[in-house]
Design a binder for this molecule. Sequence first.
Ligand code: GRG
Length: 324
Amino acid sequence: MSGERDRIEAALFGAVQSKDPYLTELAAHLMAAGGKRLRPVMAVAAAQVGAVEPERGGVLDDVVQGAVSCELVHLGSLYHDDVMDEATTRRGVETVNAKWGNLQAIVAGDFLLARASGIAASLGNEVAGLLAATIGRLCEGQVEELRHTYDPARTVTSYLSSVNGKTASLFAASARIGAIVAGQPREIVDTLTDVATEYGMVFQIVDDILDLTATDRELGKPAGHDIKEGVYTFPVLATLASGGSLAEELLDMLGSPLRREQWLRALEIVRSGPGIASALDLAGGYASNASAALASLPDCAATQAFCRAPQALIDSLARPSLPH
Ligand code: GRG
């Protein structure tokens, strides 16, 4: 994948060139700061399923372009998310909104989406329609989360629906676009879409656990942020549902912004209660669904990577993370 990663990097920076160098600087800021590039890697891996060994020259250029369009949507959503959250750091650097202002971050986020859409359109109607629908799903997932901000009665169904929209849908689109552009048979396109959806669910549940258990340095952004901002994720909901005096103490504190000592206490209760273990079980269920779906794919290096990926996310929680 290292050759493909280099091609993805070059294409990403190429995609945000504008005749206005200031806009290019704004749009390139977060991609230059790093990031795991999981979505484009997923698109390329989907294209590689069925290949006995990597083809010389790698995947088609159009696959790299499709992969880049997904990462650009991801970046655009992060720009807008950081404005909404008034976030000051991401990927270990200052956010665009903190460095240049909200207006600049919104417009640069729009520009990233525009470039993503242009690339998708160049890959055909199906890809363009899929990317547009996925941007809509991200918005739906985000609005579902907003609807229940500071709501301790938020249901698990609402949480899962939000996760499906704001995170899993873009992983699914990445795999689907990679597979479609590579000309994979329809059954493989559909299976990879399902597997990537399950992976996306695991990814967000693990991300939500990390927000409660990791340090600022490990995350490259402030930890314990969700509960402070009134976003009650699955580990919090499961702690509340577990009953007992600690759940009651937590419930008493939630529902409005927390003072610092309340925030620390709320984190302590969630970390020591059953919510984290329940969230791990929940993630494990999605990882099993992914494995089951993968059984029908040809046995090859890319399929094996899809097979390992969800459990690797869960296992990463048991290891001390590297600083961002
Ligand atoms: C403008 C497309 C668009 C959407 C508007 C703001 C919004 C609606 C949606 C937010 C979606 C969002 C930020 C979901 C969280 C996804 C997530 C887990 C991000 C972190 O992904 P990583 O860990 O990040 O892959 P890196 O930095 O490695 O790329």
